[in-house]
Design a protein around this ligand. Structure first.
Ligand SMILES: Cc1cc2nc3c(=O)[nH]c(=O)nc-3n(C[C@H](O)[C@H](O)[C@H](O)COP(=O)(O)O)c2cc1C
Length: 346
């Protein structure tokens, strides 16, 4: 190693720290990488591991009720003294109670996902002294969210795992980053390497949110079968759910193709046929289609049934090649960004 290479590396790391300084200041951590909340996966162990590695872990509340969430927050606080957040789904019937639980436990950042957050929820988070993070699927909505009180935004491209919008991060970033300076913006969807994170920071992002890359980490409680499916899969295996008939909308969810996704197609066809034969009303048919995946993520993540369950995964799944400790994943992402900066400086 040439004698001046260490100071050059230190300088490159400082440059990276400057690029994401708004993100680290907002989150209160040293690496502006959020662990995207993943239902069933993002519980105390992974969340604490991400925060302990310098990033920002986020608990996925999913369908948990207030008591379970309170226990999960306390469990996470027992494993880390660093800041972490909680992700709540806006259509949860007990949203107000869940916000109260977060505030009582002094959670500093609440992420409201699954739609534009209702005004009452925004006020409750802000009045309670927490910072509000919201998802912006387009520039007009991003501006509206900022006006209504969002302290930071996540823009998540369709490359992501789980529930997705229609637009890729490449396009969303160009639409939003140059025109939104009011709050920090975190990019998500398809990110698996530090060079890509660096590129978005240079476009104006304050940090990134990654889910898929952390799902198979050593500290993730996901079933070994779930992790193995991630290690084996290529980018092309992580596809959005397919809608068979425009009369029966299907919520787009990106995951690995398996027997469940094939059965879902057959189930849609059968349900549509029963509707056409007059055996089901349109509403009943729609409900049956919506209920097909009930409990399916848990079946894959916890029970390990990766053939029939829902193996939500982003296209970055092709970059998950080993079950690594969370700290090693974080180090790798930072090193890749630093190496890219170093290479450029000649
Ligand atoms: C298995 C899985 C479950 C997820 N569950 C949630 C969730 O409950 N709430 C949420 O807001 N996002 C959820 N997501 C999205 C992640 O928080 C994150 O934004 C996404 O994974 C980023 O894209 P990437 O997968 O390409 O890294 C989930 C993603 C995965 C892979």
């Amino acid at each position: 190693m040439p004698p001046d290479s260490v100071p050059r590396e230190v300088a490159a790391r400082s440059a990276l720290d400057r690029l994401w300084s708004r993100g680290t200041a907002f989150l209160g951590c040293s690496v502006a990488i959020m662990g995207g909340a993943m239902s069933w996966v993002s519980e105390r162990h992974l969340v604490a591991a991400i925060s302990n590695a310098g990033g920002f872990g986020v608990i996925a509340c999913g369908a948990m009720g207030p008591d379970l969430l309170a226990r999960e927050i306390a469990g996470t606080q027992a494993l880390t003294v660093r800041p972490f957040g909680v992700n709540l789904i806006t259509m949860h019937p007990q949203l107000d109670d869940l916000i109260r639980v977060c505030l009582e436990a002094k959670v500093g950042h609440i992420v409201l996902a699954g739609g534009i957050p209702p005004g009452g929820a925004v006020r409750a988070v802000k009045d309670g002294g927490a910072r509000l993070v919201a998802f912006a699927p387009a520039l007009v909505l991003a501006k509206r969210l900022v006006r209504s009180g969002a302290d930071a935004l996540v823009i998540e491209g369709s490359e992501a795992g789980g529930h997705i919008g229609p637009v890729s991060l490449t396009v969303l970033a160009q639409e939003i980053l140059p025109h939104l300076q009011e709050v920090p913006v975190f990019v998500a969807g398809g990110l698996g390497r530090g060079e890509a994170i660096l590129a978005y920071l240079e476009m104006g992002a304050s940090g990134a949110q990654l889910g898929t890359r952390f799902a198979a980490a050593v500290e993730s409680i996901a079933h070994p079968n779930f992790k193995r499916a991630f290690l084996r899969a290529n980018a092309r295996d992580a596809v959005p759910s397919v809608q068979l008939d425009e009369r029966f909308p299907v919520i787009p969810v990106r995951g690995l193709t398996n027997e469940g996704t094939r059965r879902f197609l057959r189930y849609q066809a059968e349900t549509r046929d029963r509707f056409q034969a007059g055996a089901l009303s349109k509403e009943e048919a729609q409900l049956e289609i919506e209920h097909f995946w009930a409990g399916a993520l848990r079946r894959a993540v916890i029970d390990g049934d990766v053939e029939n369950g829902s193996v939500m995964a982003g296209q970055s799944v092709g970059m998950v090649t080993a079950e690594q400790p969370t700290a090693a994943i974080m180090d790798e992402l930072v090193s890749q960004a630093v190496a890219a900066l170093l290479a450029r400086r000649g």
